[in-house]
Write a protein of this length. Structure first.
Length: 254
């Protein structure tokens, strides 16, 4: 049985996203920082502390992956196109996921999440703060999921967590082409693309942005038009949900 500890809302910091400059939920003009299941827009408006307690599992270790199901118009588009892609390509159903990070344990036993964000690049975020972005608990809609690697992949996961620290301060490419300035799931791909024969390797796939004329494709077209680029349909990439889906297919997680 999974053990967990509960933190009451009053003990949580109020995590505000002023630097992302989003002022309304689902406003069409915002369309900031997206990728077909890759880029993270944390929330709409300034995020307030949760109204329900956060329950943090204690059966987690460095190298485990943590996935968020965020609620915003762009986040919904990210999740939808990834589900469509994996349903059509692999005939599997994956959960709704729009962001990913890798867990890193501190000397005092607490956990941070190493993640990549628009405008910030690769940063370290306390796990408690990271979880204030979702409204529910583990394996719930609007909550989070943890990818706990099986023992045969544990050494590779530990190595990935150690290597993640070396990426801190790396920039974020808004055009999604430079994987050496990775978005959230590209960071995870980088950490696992090299390793021993037992390392779980995540594959880059042709990026999918929804069918022409769909709501999801229009979101991308507006975003890319603002950057002066074409929607990068078919270029190699990987989404947060894609990482989860590939782990499901390969049996990497417990």
């Amino acid at each position: 049985m999974k053990k967990s500890r509960t933190i009451e809302p009053s003990s949580l910091p109020c995590f505000r996203l002023r630097d992302i400059n989003i002022r309304g939920r689902g406003l069409p003009k915002i369309l900031l920082g997206i990728l077909a299941g890759l880029i993270l827009v944390l929330s709409s408006a300034e995020t307030e502390a949760r109204s329900t307690p956060i329950t943090i599992p204690t059966d987690i270790v460095s190298g485990d992956l943590i996935f968020l199901d965020l609620r915003c118009g762009i986040c919904e588009a990210i999740e939808t196109v990834t589900q469509i892609q994996y349903r059509q390509r692999f005939n599997i159903e994956i959960p709704r996921i729009s962001h990913i990070g890798i867990l890193s344990q501190n000397a005092d036993g607490s956990f941070d999440v190493i993640e990549s964000l628009p405008k910030k690049g690769v940063i370290r975020t306390p796990l408690v703060e990271f979880l204030t972005r979702v409204d529910k608990g583990e394996n719930e809609r609007d909550g989070y999921r943890i990818g706990r690697f099986k023992e045969e992949y544990r050494e590779a996961a530990n190595t990935a967590a150690k290597n993640a620290v070396t990426w801190l301060g790396t920039g974020y490419d808004d055009t999604f082409r430079d994987l050496n300035r990775p978005y959230c799931s590209a960071l995870v791909w980088q950490l696992y693309k090299n390793g021993d024969s037992n390392a779980p390797l995540f594959d880059l796939l042709p990026m999918y942005f929804g069918e022409p004329g769909s709501t999801e494709r229009k979101v991308w077209e507006d975003y890319c038009r603002n950057l002066g680029i074409e929607v990068p349909v078919g270029l190699p990439g990987i989404s947060p949900g894609g990482v989860y889906g590939q782990a499901m297919r390969a049996g990497y997680f417990k």
